[in-house]
Design a protein around this ligand. Sequence first.
Ligand code: FES
Length: 99
Amino acid sequence: MIHLCSKKVLVCQNRTCRKQGSAQVLAAFQAESIPDVGIEATGCLGQCGNGPMVIILPEEVWYDRIQPEEVSTIVEHHLYGGEPVKALLYQKFAPHHSD
Ligand code: FES
């Protein structure tokens, strides 16, 4: 099977996000072993203090302050369901909807 734009989950593992628990968030995504979705650690995303920061590619959806127990919601709704989890979006970079 050919995937033209592969999905990826990036979890910041730089100092500030790690202090806020991003290692456990990365581990929680890895534990889900989602088919065709790469889980990657990244360096600082420039949003320190709002972590753990998570970005989903290729659509570049940002999530902030993600806790390990929220990972399964993102996996189920966003990665399997294709719908970003509005309640967890990073408001600074979230598209604004009028609804
Ligand atoms: S350390 Fe994660 S955004 Fe800077």
